[in-house]
Ligand binder design. Structure first.
Ligand code: ZN
Ligand code: ZN
Length: 152
């Protein structure tokens, strides 16, 4: 597992006025049947504003999984506009994203951050189209392809 995308932001947190720009490709782990075949493209700009770590940028990924209705393969691009603020003084004690910790002292875990951003942007249940007709409950035919013979 190559998830060691930790970058040192100690300089930023120490109050330097620099801006840190990061371009990276990050592997996103599969989640609840949804796979991410390509590494997510991550572009982030980090600054320290009023002692808050500000992260702005974009994350682009591709999600693949079965349609919730008809089980057809769905291939969707995921685009995330990032605008996050972290309080570095809180550090590991409280995490704005819940489960994972993205800030470890002076290090920002870009892998975890990208993973959480992408997952938060994936719709609950992929759909092949907005009005997917789903599968016939009787014969299991894909009703997007047309009515099956057991239609009322
Ligand atoms: Zn469908
Ligand atoms: Zn049918």
């Amino acid at each position: 597992m190559t998830r060691s995308h930790r970058i040192d932001i100690g300089g930023l947190l120490a109050g330097s006025r620099q801006r840190l720009v990061l371009d990276d490709a990050v592997t996103i782990e599969a989640f609840e049947g949804i796979a991410f075949p390509d590494p997510a493209r991550v572009h982030l700009e980090m600054r320290c504003v009023d002692r808050m770590l500000t992260i702005e940028g974009t994350v682009d990924a591709r999600a693949q999984g079965p349609c919730d209705g008809c089980l057809d393969d769905v291939d969707r691009s995921i685009h995330v506009d990032v605008e996050e603020r972290f309080d570095p003084r809180v550090g590991d004690a409280r995490d704005p994203f819940g489960e994972g910790n993205v800030l470890h002292g002076d290090r920002l875990d870009v892998g975890d951050l990208a993973q959480q951003l992408v997952l938060s942007a994936v719709p609950m249940g992929l759909r092949c189209r907005e009005n997917c007709a789903g599968l016939c409950g009787v014969c299991g035919a894909n009703r997007n392809a047309g009515d099956c013979s057991c239609d009322r």
